[in-house]
Design a binder for this molecule. Sequence first.
Ligand code: AVJ
Length: 328
Amino acid sequence: MAAPARIRTEALLESPLADFAAAVREGLTKLGQKELPSRYLYDEVGSALFEVICLLPEYGLCRAGERLLERHAEEIADLLPLPVAVAELGSGTGTKTRWILEALARRQPVNYFPIDISRSALWRCSQELGRIDSVSIVGFEREYLDGLVSVAARRVDGEHLLVLFLGSTIGNFDRPAGEAFLRQVRGILHPGDALLLATDLEKPVPDLLLAYDDPAGVTAAFNRNLLARINRALDADFDLAKFVHAVRYDDVERRIEMHLRAVCDQSVHVRAASLKVTLQAGETIWTESSHKYRCDEVLGMGERTGYRCAAQWTDAEWPFAQSLFFAE
Ligand code: AVJ
């Protein structure tokens, strides 16, 4: 296999496996609703399944986000102060990012810093984007905020930063936590730096339920793979046949919730976390929330956390917004 043109990955100092074990223990020993953090859905298998989800006709989110960037990348680049370096929170597969990097690379050489806890995601992103002329990549295998601090420390005098938070990943946070996260990002930025924020918008509930419980069962596989990952990585004995994918829309919180429902009473041993868990028939493990927003709500979130909005673009086919903010 050909090596990507330019990729270097900053070393990871923490122990990801110990963190995973601790998170699993914490989530599965919660009184009341058991839960697992959605970030762990994306191992190699999970990331590949998510890419298939993005191809499903019922799940328009990825296509909408990409369409907006394809259509408006030039306009976005024109609004940015130059020179600008690009940091991306969650490198994904890089397809959406290509439009922005190409538009910027027509104006200046671009330093691009994808930040992701998944080494395989960084690798794939570098393969996708590593050969664009005038773009050089340094990947950071880190938590978002840690990685962003390191990226910000590398900026040269007079260089601005554009932070990309695409794909509506902010929707995985509760609303207050999402706002707190935007504020933390703002704390790392300088006035005049930019944030491009993608958010999935409210839409009819039946459309949402189909998008997260598709007839081909890809999202179900994506969800259940989390248990398979725990079996593999933490020497656990989840029986996947005893769990079903369950999706609900909470119309007070305005979010899709993804759960795994135990179909019978059972107990599970997670050896690497020294943990025994019992589940009752019908009990669920909550694996992901995906909050849906209103356009003006997104503006409000930005304004309350130290930004002003320069422009907002929405997709007509699948309600979705890209908002360009500047740190004040
Ligand atoms: C990648 C977090 C935007 O919330 O829609 C897709 C993940 N989960 N299908 C989303 C997901 C189930 C997705 N995000």
